[in-house]
Design a protein around this ligand. Structure first.
Ligand code: ADP
Ligand code: MG
Length: 353
């Protein structure tokens, strides 16, 4: 969907911001560009919507060389979210959100209807917030309006430059979760710039780790953490990359102690496979009446979430149930299982390269 071919950008003062960059973002994929300040991330992004022109190479958008597209038309078909948001201070939230549809010549009523829909989608009640001005919103709310505005004309591509950088960590984490939920519905092709590795890992289907003007590694977060391609990447992801991998590695059936249907270890007396535990009158095996429900996570939860639950309880293991079926326990996870899962993914990542 977005394809960089040997793209170089040298600014007038001789700075080479981007050096023969080649990579591709698939349709519906969210790619994060991560690296230290000044490594060329913003320059990369701005060449897609022609706010910056490359010195050499070309960028294809849906197969079309962007250099051949009128910049104004191009920008109206690409959503753009920046840290400073850039809302018009003297326009209401609703009118800010409707900016691009209005520019595209939509009827006013339709543009406003669309804007209200989008505000709703990003969690702002249009009735409450639509008629406010930007200064009457919190930083996080302004950021949401920025996202709503970028999505208003339903562009296939979204460019986001440090979109959650200007808000405090708690709000940032909430905006990230909301954005992931939103992306699961709208499935845009997204290029997102951040200097924050945690954010890059959390949001990206794949991440591009930048060195000076170059991509050092372009792969899934799990692979970048498990098998950094260069010493630079290893240093950038940090000595605690093993810990970070917990967040991007899901619990799978192979990590569980017992095959599907068997009771969890430690449960005295076995129910037959597939039989619900504790359906006999009285107490379920291994449970005490009145005790809090046994700790459990769904299959597919991150190892990080699973480990957090595991460490909260004394049992040394937690039940893992089918996704969306808390009653169907598939097996149990122990710290040994967590360790095995990390070994397994590291081995798989290395052998697939
Ligand atoms: P990042 O977004 O990763 O922080 P940028 O793409 O903004 O990095 O900048 C990459 C390099 O290009 C930096 O060295 C920066 O100083 C330089 N640069 C950015 N914009 C310009 C410009 N308009 N003129 C000259 N140099 C620039
Ligand atoms: Mg930047």
């Amino acid at each position: 969907m977005i394809r960089f071919e040997q793209v170089t950008k040298r600014y007038a003062d001789g700075t080479t911001a981007v050096d023969e960059l080649s990579f591709e973002v698939a349709e519906g994929e969210l790619v994060t560009l991560v690296g230290p300040s000044g490594c060329g991330k913003t320059t990369t992004m701005k060449m897609v919507n022609r706010l910056v022109e490359p010195t050499a190479g070309r960028i294809l958008l849906g197969g079309e060389d962007v250099a051949t597209v009128d910049p104004v038309r191009l920008r109206r078909t690409i959503g753009y979210v920046i840290q400073q948001v850039g809302l018009f201070p003297h326009r209401t939230v609703l009118d800010n959100t409707a900016t691009v549809p209005a520019l595209l010549g939509w009827k006013k009523a339709r543009a406003r209807e669309r804007a209200a829909e989008l505000l709703d989608l990003v969690g702002l009640d249009p009735g409450t917030y639509g008629h406010r001005y930007p200064e009457q919103l919190s930083g996080g709310q302004r950021q949401r309006v920025g996202v709503a505005r970028a999505l208003a004309a339903d562009p296939p591509v979204l460019l986001m430059d440090e979109p959650f950088g200007a808000v405090d960590p708690v709000v940032r984490e909430r905006l990230q979760s909301e954005f992931l939920r939103l992306q699961a519905t709208v499935r845009k092709t997204v290029l997102l710039v951040t200097h924050d590795l945690e954010e890059a890992i959390r949001l990206g289907d794949r991440i591009a780790v930048y060195g000076q003007g170059r991509i050092e590694q372009f792969d899934t977060p799990a692979t970048v953490l498990a098998a950094p391609a260069t010493p630079y990447v290893a240093d950038f992801v940090g000595a605690d990359r093993g810990l970070k991998r917990l967040a991007v590695t899901p619990v799978t059936e192979a990590d569980l102690e017992k095959p599907a249907g068997d009771p969890a270890p430690g449960a005295a007396g076995g129910a037959a496979p597939g039989e619900a535990r504790g359906k006999t009158a009285g107490t379920a095996p291994g449970e005490v009446p009145g005790e809090a429900p046994a700790p459990a996570v769904p299959l597919g939860a991150s190892l990080k979430d699973a480990l957090a639950v595991l460490l909260q309880h004394d049992a040394g293991h937690i039940a893992v149930h089918a996704p969306d079926e808390p009653g169907r326990v598939l097996g149990s996870l122990t710290t040994a299982g967590v360790h095995r899962a990390l070994r397994r993914t590291a081995a798989a990542d290395v052998s697939s390269r």
